[in-house]
Design a protein around this ligand. Structure first.
Ligand SMILES: Cc1cc2nc3c(=O)[nH]c(=O)nc-3n(C[C@H](O)[C@H](O)[C@H](O)COP(=O)(O)O)c2cc1C
Length: 155
């Protein structure tokens, strides 16, 4: 059975709502195509074994002080060396909850996952200010697309 791992942090509610939408989309796609185990974890609960066991990864973080959240950085620090060289080419995607910017969170995550040689499968979704139905819809579509890609083996 293939596995899609969704790892996120939230200090409030926004990134959690985005994560729920990503998971909803992924589970909907899986119920159609089957064959993918969708695992959702907070950064604090996730570690190298989860990443090594995953066929694809979706990360979600708020932007704090122009960077990814401290908890996402902690997660990536813990998994980087145990996973380096062992996950090359696996698909990843990213969603960010931010106030008015989001670019620092995106670039900081992208720099690190580039070192893991993960392969970006879609442009990051950045939810600014109040979450809109459009952003949540994009999050659902992101989850569905990555889950379907893993299920169908097209990644
Ligand atoms: C300590 C802190 C730092 C923040 N720094 C930024 C920032 O640099 N850029 C930005 O766009 N928003 C910033 N924000 C706003 C958050 O990114 C925004 O409220 C986001 O939606 C929080 O997501 P969450 O509800 O999932 O925690 C900051 C918020 C906090 C609490």
């Amino acid at each position: 059975m293939k596995t899609l791992l969704i790892v996120f942090h939230t200090g409030g509610v926004k990134t959690a709502q985005m994560a729920e939408a990503v998971e909803r989309g992924a589970r909907a796609a899986v119920s159609e195509s089957g064959g993918v185990n969708v695992v959702v974890k907070r950064c604090a609960e996730a570690g190298p074994d989860d990443v090594l066991a995953a066929d694809g990864l979706i990360l979600g973080t708020p932007e704090n002080f122009g960077y990814m959240s401290g908890m996402m950085k902690d997660f990536l620090e813990r998994v980087f060396y145990p996973c380096e060289g062992k996950v090359n080419g696996r698909p990843y995607a990213l969603f960010v909850g931010a106030g008015q910017d989001g670019s620092g969170a995106v670039s900081s995550v992208e720099r690190i996952v580039a070192g893991l040689r993960l392969e970006k499968k879609s442009e990051p979704i950045v939810g600014l200010k109040e979450l809109t139905p459009e952003i949540l819809e994009q999050c659902e579509q992101l989850g569905a697309a990555v889950a379907a890609g893993i299920a169908l083996g097209v990644f």
